[in-house]
Write a protein that binds this ligand. Structure first.
Ligand code: OAD
Ligand code: ZN
Length: 245
């Protein structure tokens, strides 16, 4: 695989890398993306499943949908893309800023991760905000209730109309601003405020590299767009680094 020389030069001299990732990086693990022809939002209406109102109206239905997605995530593994990013920590200060809730970056071994949209493995009580991991819950067929106050337990994911976790967003934004290279991997980059992250990186002087199977809204603003599967391209980048060091 041939990469643009300017990009390789930047990579040789870089110290801090940020990977801003979306559903596309997990596509090769078998997890459906949101947009595009087989996208989740083509089959489901987000406002009926991924909003607080939907949850309060029909908590069991929403809970069961997340249980279904949890099962998919549990039965899959990080792919070569996640693993290459984790391995790059041997050579760089690497921060992952992800829109994904699937926990696959952590399972691949990445250690510095900001999760902009939450994490499907975690839940919390809507009333007293106590956190619950799945192992803490007994009956998960229908929506569980808080052991402390009896409130409904919801997945700790960001729903439509909700704010992003402030600490995760500002941590991710700072990392992006301090980075030498910011990779935008497998995201349509149309969902805000998350999509501000790569723009902040570029404004602060980072070299912006996109990896996607097709052009996106961001492509005209990147320094370099590489088109192909992230599970194939990222291992090639890792190989190049290994040969340099
Ligand atoms: P999308 O489904 O909008 O975009 C997935 C992107 O991945 C597309 O640009 C695809 O071209 C690309 N892609 C697919 N397979 C790929 C592969 N093997 N290698 C590289 N790229 C690939 O997903 P996101 O951008 O993550 O929000 O969506 C952003 C947010 O919208 C999600 O976090 C979710 C959703 O509503 C919340 O749930 C809050
Ligand atoms: Zn409670």
């Amino acid at each position: 695989m041939q990469f643009k020389q300017e990009f390789l030069d930047k990579l040789k001299n870089a110290k801090k890398l940020v990977f801003f990732t979306g559903a596309g990086i997990s596509a090769e693990s078998g997890i459906a993306t949101f947009r595009g022809k087989d996208g989740i939002w083509n089959k489901m209406k987000p406002e009926e499943l991924a909003s607080f109102d939907a949850f309060m109206k029909n908590p069991d239905l929403v809970w069961q949908w997340y249980q279904h997605r949890r099962e998919i995530v549990h039965n899959t593994k990080p792919n070569a893309g996640h693993i290459a990013i984790a391995e790059l920590e041997k050579f760089y200060d690497v921060t992952v800023v992800t829109q994904n809730i699937d926990n696959l970056h952590r399972r691949a071994g990445s250690t510095k991760i900001f999760e902009l949209h939450g994490n499907i493995e975690r839940n919390f009580c809507v009333d007293c905000k106590t956190f619950y991991y799945l192992n803490d819950l007994e009956n998960t067929e229908s929506v569980p209730h808080c052991k402390k106050c009896g409130g409904l337990i919801r997945p700790d994911v960001v729903w439509f109309g909700e704010f992003l976790p402030q600490d995760q967003f500002s941590g991710g934004e700072k990392a992006a601003e301090w980075s030498d290279l910011c990779f935008v991997v497998g995201t349509s980059a149309v969902v805000y405020p998350a999509a501000y992250i790569p723009m902040s990186a570029k404004r602060a002087g980072a070299y912006l590299v996109e990896i996607n199977i097709e052009p996106t809204e961001l492509s005209t603003n990147t320094d370099y767009s590489v088109f192909g599967k992230s599970g194939e391209i990222l291992p090639h980048i890792l190989e190049f680094i290994k040969q340099q060091k």
